[in-house]
Design a binder for this molecule. Structure first.
Ligand code: ZN
Length: 156
């Protein structure tokens, strides 16, 4: 998040005011937006200044893990590179870090006064915001994010 802030300060000469809450499960419901109080781990922009992010792996993140044995080998390699821990377990934390970055993108549009005429335009801006940052910084994770979008829904 800090790297993204520095990156976009250099790119667009603007940094939104942001207060990042990295929350333990016991603190989540006191800070999270009302609609997400029961969903520990869902990073979100509470009010265009405060961002809520989970401090630890959780059931919500684990629910996004693909079934590794059902993925094509090339995707397994990407998933292993991006989401496999040193102990052989998996964590979707890098994915949710990107989602947190997406949420920070909403602070840019809101605080810079960009008028988004449709909700999807704001979401598209944030998607490009993340892609623009990641393509220069963490290509592997972004590639894996794209690959997972093709296979993630086969889990259910
Ligand atoms: Zn969004």
């Amino acid at each position: 998040m800090e790297d993204a802030g520095k990156y976009f300060q250099e790119e667009i000469h603007f940094t939104p005011q942001t207060t990042l809450y990295i929350l333990a499960p016991r603190h989540w419901s006191a800070i999270a937006a009302p609609a997400l109080k029961e969903v520990y781990g869902f990073p979100h922009n509470i009010d265009h200044v405060r961002l809520a992010i989970a401090a630890e792996d959780n059931d919500f993140w684990r629910s996004f893990l693909p079934l590794i044995d059902q993925l094509p080998p090339a995707t397994v390699a990407d998933v292993n590179k991006a989401y496999r821990n040193a102990d052989g377990t998996y964590s979707m934390m890098p994915f949710f870090d990107l989602l947190a970055l997406h949420e920070m993108g909403h602070s840019y549009t809101a605080q810079a006064g960009l008028k988004m005429h449709r909700k999807w335009m704001g979401e598209l801006f944030c998607k490009h915001y993340v892609a623009h940052f990641c393509c220069g910084k963490a290509t592997c994770t972004f590639t894996c994010l794209r690959n997972l979008s093709q296979y993630g829904n086969k889990r259910r």
